[in-house]
Design a protein around this ligand. Structure first.
Ligand code: 2AM
Length: 179
């Protein structure tokens, strides 16, 4: 199955993100409320026994809860065109620390190291090739001062992802508490 590790977001935060989403950018496919999350580590396709090793490694991880504040907007682009619109995260040493611990745990479980730098974000919309770049830029500028109320993070989650009709369907396979 296709796996990734993420923070699922409390509903009040999802609602704040939804109030931001949904209109004004032709070519944007907005992420539905139930799919909003902050990826800590993308794993990809993993066989059953590998998934078990990952679960064991994550269960043994000892982390602490922390506070998280989403703020600011940004985009990813590839080959000169924008591919995703996201909300950023205020500088957060505890989040970076947790991400590092997860990376170490996965490598101990036998996974190859993640080469990409961790860029914490919550994807709001995926952008089609036809996205109206000027409207996207105006949207980012208009909402750049967005700052959500801080939320407590008390666990992280191993998700599986499968293709749905409109968008991917994410299932929480296991939750790991942060003390
Ligand atoms: P995204 O939100 O920036 O698109 C489930 O697909 C999650 O894993 C998404 O949050 C997605 O990040 C991330 N993801 C998907 N494919 C990835 C890849 N090849 N490398 C890193 N992260 C990926």
């Amino acid at each position: 199955m296709r796996l990734f590790i993420a923070l699922d977001l409390p509903w009040e935060l999802r609602e704040a993100l939804l109030r931001l989403s949904g209109a004004g950018i032709p070519g944007a496919r907005w992420v539905a409320a139930e799919n909003l999350h902050l990826t800590l580590r993308f794993i990809g396709e993993a066989a059953g026994h590998v998934a078990e090793d990952i679960d064991l490694a994550l269960s043994a991880l000892r982390g602490r809860g922390f506070s998280l504040t989403l703020a600011g907007l940004g985009t990813f682009s590839k080959g000169g065109r924008s591919t995703a619109l996201w909300v950023g995260v205020e500088r957060n040493a505890a989040l970076d620390h947790l991400q590092g611990k997860i990376e170490t745990a996965l490598q101990r479980a036998g996974l190859p190291a993640e080469k990409r730098r961790f860029t914490p974000h919550v994807t709001l919309a995926r952008l089609d090739t036809v996205v109206a770049e000027a409207k996207l830029a105006a949207f980012v500028q208009a909402h750049n001062l967005f700052r959500a109320e801080p939320v407590r993070v008390e666990h992280f989650t191993l998700f599986s992802s499968r293709l749905g009709k409109e968008q991917s369907v994410y299932t929480a396979e296991a939750e790991y508490p942060l003390g």
